[in-house]
Design a protein around this ligand. Structure first.
Ligand code: F6R
Length: 626
């Protein structure tokens, strides 16, 4: 989950440092508890022989910027930079990257991931008399690559000699004082992208690292090493054989990764949801109006034999899977189970070639989800990834991919990622329904038509948020908020509570409304705020009426009821302290509308408390460790 940047250019000036610092600023969402840079300084410039100059600081990037400002960095054409989310060793200056190795500490190395066997390797190095300055697993890699460089005199070969010994997940970048104009990178189970420039080249954990300079990108494959120089890049496998990355053009620009006039990334991303949903729906039908998916490496025949679906995901993404369960089961009659990815793997799951395991991940890098996908494949299941990040690890490890087109999501709390995931899951459900024939195959096109109208309805919800913002500000001192929902409203209650917990640090819990009388109603006391997501009036089995009764029950016990209800639903009015209106849609599609006020509520309540909405405490955007 750390952010990594590398640069080599033609001339020794300030550009290398500038590129790396800009890249780190864009990657700060990946981790932000410390940051550091290393520059290769060349003899011609400093008159004192080649060297590596590094600076690193605990805390946000600002601290590093201050430290760099206070000292003079030699001009350089070769630089690496790192923004960290601590795993081994706390967030201190000493544990921040880069770490040094080799004779005279002339090598600097940065790392994303976890080296699982670092204890054994460290023991070996300690026995050889190597001293360590930090508690990190990274420093072990730095010492090993440094030692190999001293033996082999070649940075690429030194990297190759070490990566085979490392277990776990890692992206490594290294520079050496004796190799100016060269950065070497390696990856296993963790991302690394090359940015191809004109007489200069870049490396990044993702394209945001260099998007201000080039849109030509090359995604490295699993177990590959890349060497960049100003004139080009060369890729080899860990075994030394020539290899190739996957070249592509980045379609979004630097502005898309910036705040675009909003106060926070989260606010921007909430307001981008009409686009995120519309773009995710783009290009999904052929000339005959039939649904098509991208990157399908599963045959229609295999898919039509599927007799069970398991959705694996974590956090918000898992709640999108819960919404999808209702829709996919209804449209296809295929049983759908939703498993938290970290539980799936270790629950001795049952899956075979007729099981479709659908992973949902915004980042495509969540380690728990990746491991669940790998396990599903080992069991012989078909794997399909719903993902927002092109070229990330989970889609690469899956048999098929359905990309959401939400654009980069920078705020730690997922918003547009969530609605885009739900949209993609609907598309998958409709596609399967169409493939299998039956009642809902005929209706698929009608649902798709309604779905295409949803972006406008989301915009309507966003245009009506004034009162929700007022309520949020008014509730800044609230200590506990409950959320109730039923049917597809139940996962929305869970997601509403999660948003509030993670950015406003308020105790919040979501419940299935039917569960109230089985315990949670005891929590209701006078003044307790409760959001209720009322089902659409057309929801089958009188669910709407049943939820109206639930609202009455809690109101009678003093709850302050904040009811999200569709336009025209008058039944809730007598029992609601506040009614938050959303346009009506098909009952199964309502989550795309009902979640929006809850996102806006959490955002404004957290802002009213003066909290850092985009980078909440203790969290990182992509959780690349188990
Ligand atoms: C909450 C949130 C997390 C993520 C979860 C999975 O706002 O963002 O709960 O949803 O960590 O992340 P991805 O979707 O990247 O796999």
């Amino acid at each position: 989950m750390c952010g990594i940047v590398g640069y080599v250019g033609p001339s020794t000036d300030d550009k290398a440092l500038q590129v790396v610092m800009e890249g780190l600023a864009r990657l700060e969402y990946r981790g932000y508890d410390s940051a550091g840079v290393a520059l290769v300084t060349e003899a011609a410039q400093n008159g004192a022989g080649n060297g590596v100059q590094s600076e690193k600081r605990a805390g946000k990037l600002e601290n590093l910027r201050g430290a760099l400002y206070a000292r003079e960095m030699a001009p350089s054409r070769t630089a690496i930079g790192h923004t960290r989310w601590a795993t081994h060793g706390g967030p201190t200056d000493g544990n921040a990257h880069p770490h040094r190795g080799g004779d005279g500490d002339r090598l600097a190395l940065i790392h994303n991931g976890i080296i699982e066997n670092f204890h054994a390797l460290k023991k070996e190095l300690l026995a050889e008399g190597v001293d360590f300055d930090s508690e990190t697993d990274t420093e072990v890699a730095a010492k090993l690559v440094g030692r190999e460089y001293d033996r082999l005199g070649d940075l690429t070969e030194a990297m190759r000699a070490v990566v085979g010994r490392l277990e776990g997940a890692f992206t490594l970048l290294a520079v050496h004082a004796d190799s100016p104009g060269t950065v070497v990178g390696a990856r296993r189970n963790s991302p690394l992208v090359v940015g191809v420039g004109d007489g200069e080249n870049y490396l990044g954990s993702d394209v945001a690292a260099f998007i201000g300079y080039t849109r030509h990108a090359v995604e490295l494959g699993q177990d590959q090493i890349v060497t960049i120089t100003p004139d080009g890049y060369e890729v080899i496998g860990f075994d030394g054989s020539p290899a190739q990355g996957n070249a592509y053009e980045v379609t979004w620009d630097a502005a898309a990764a910036e705040k675009g006039g909003y106060e926070t990334f989260m606010e921007k991303e909430i307001y981008e949801q009409p686009h995120a949903v519309a773009d995710t729906l783009l290009g999904r039908t052929d000339e005959e109006g039939r649904l098509v998916l991208d990157d399908m490496r599963i045959s229609e025949e295999q898919l039509s034999r599927v007799d069970r679906i398991v959705m694996v995901a974590c956090g918000t993404a898992a709640y999108s899977g819960m919404v999808a369960k209702y829709a996919i089961e209804h449209w296809t009659r295929i049983p759908v189970e939703v498993a938290l990815a970290h539980e799936f793997r270790y629950s001795d799951p049952i899956a075979d070639e007729r099981t479709l395991v659908v992973s949902i991940s915004q980042s495509g890098e969540t380690m728990d989800t990746l491991m669940a996908v790998k396990h599903a494949r080992e069991l012989g299941a078909l794997t399909l990834s719903i993902c927002n990040t092109h070229g990330s690890t989970i889609p690469r490890e899956s048999d098929a991919v359905l990309y959401t087109h939400a654009g980069p999501e920078v705020a730690v709390a997922s918003t547009k990622g969530f609605t885009a995931q739900i949209t993609a899951a609907y598309i998958l459900g409709l596609y399967l329904a169409q493939l299998r024939g039956g009642t809902y195959a005929d209706e698929a096109q009608a649902v798709m038509r309604e779905l295409r109208g949803l972006p406008d309805k989301i915009q309507t919800v966003l245009d009506r948020m004034e009162r929700v913002i007022e309520i949020a500000r008014f509730m800044a001192d609230t200590r506990s908020v409950l959320f109730l929902g039923r049917h597809v409203g139940y996962p929305i209650a869970l997601e509403g509570a999660l948003k509030l917990k993670e950015i406003a640090y308020i105790h919040a819990e979501g419940f299935a409304a039917g569960e109230l009388k089985h315990g949670p109603i005891a929590l209701i006391e006078p003044g307790q705020p409760v959001f209720v997501i009322a089902p659409g009036t057309a929801t089958p089995h009188d669910l709407h009426k049943k939820v109206v009764s639930n609202i009455q029950e809690i109101r009678a016990r003093g709850a302050r009821t904040l009811v999200i209800a569709e336009d025209g639903d008058e039944d809730v009015v007598p029992f609601a302290d506040e009614v938050i209106r959303v346009p009506a849609s098909l009952p199964l599609l309502m989550p795309l509308l009902t979640i929006v006020p809850l996102q806006v509520f959490a955002l404004h309540l957290a802002s009213a408390k003066g909290l850092d909405v985009d980078q909440p405490r203790n969290l990182a955007k992509s959780v690349t460790v188990e």
